[in-house]
Design a protein around this ligand. Structure first.
Ligand code: ZN
Ligand code: ZN
Length: 179
């Protein structure tokens, strides 16, 4: 993974300091759906002395596969980041002998020392924005279960099936119907 890393040490060592980082990043495809636009936005890092605050507003467009018609479609995604990380140690800005470090989360860590893996943080937030069952549009008609035709493009002439196939089989057995 080619990490998009930001050195936040300057902020970490200086309580009251606020730095804005313009972000433009493409995530690796294994980590997130393919993007048709990079994630763009501004990450703001602020130190309160004992707390490091990260915030920002981001936008991207991802490609998702519709669960009904199996076509890919583009979904614009806007999201915000709000995170707070405790700082351990005395910031060097307060005491020349001091050195503060970020205390990362136990699960899904995003820091290496005072370097932020920004792409990992953005990936975690982006994933939360994605639908669990993607559908290209609310009225997507999906594929015909008989012939596989995409019914958004063209209606086929297959007989319409009612109910779950398993229940149909049961009904046929029960009533002795021929298929
Ligand atoms: Zn669809
Ligand atoms: Zn059909």
């Amino acid at each position: 993974m080619r990490a998009y890393r930001l050195d936040l040490n300057d902020v970490v060592q200086h309580p009251g300091r606020r730095v804005e980082y313009p972000i433009e990043v493409w995530l690796e495809r294994e980590e997130a759906p393919p993007q048709s636009e990079p994630i763009r936005g501004t990450l703001v890092a602020e130190s309160g002395g004992r707390i490091l605050r990260l915030s920002g507003t981001f936008h991207t467009v991802v490609w998702l596969e519709c669960g009904r018609c199996l076509e890919y479609y583009q979904l614009p995604v806007d999201f915000e980041i709000h995170e707070e990380f405790p700082l351990v140690g005395t910031p060097a800005g307060l005491n020349p002998q001091g050195f503060a470090t970020v205390e990362d989360r136990d699960s899904f860590p995003v820091f290496e020392g005072n370097w932020l893996n920004a792409d990992e943080l953005l990936r975690q937030y982006l994933i939360l924005q994605l639908p669990i069952a993607p559908v290209c549009r609310p009225d997507c008609k999906g594929l015909c279960p008989v012939c596989g035709q995409n019914r958004n493009e063209r209606e086929c002439s297959c007989p319409e099936r009612k109910g779950h196939p398993a229940f149909e089989a049961l009904a046929r057995a029960w009533y002795g119907e021929e298929d």
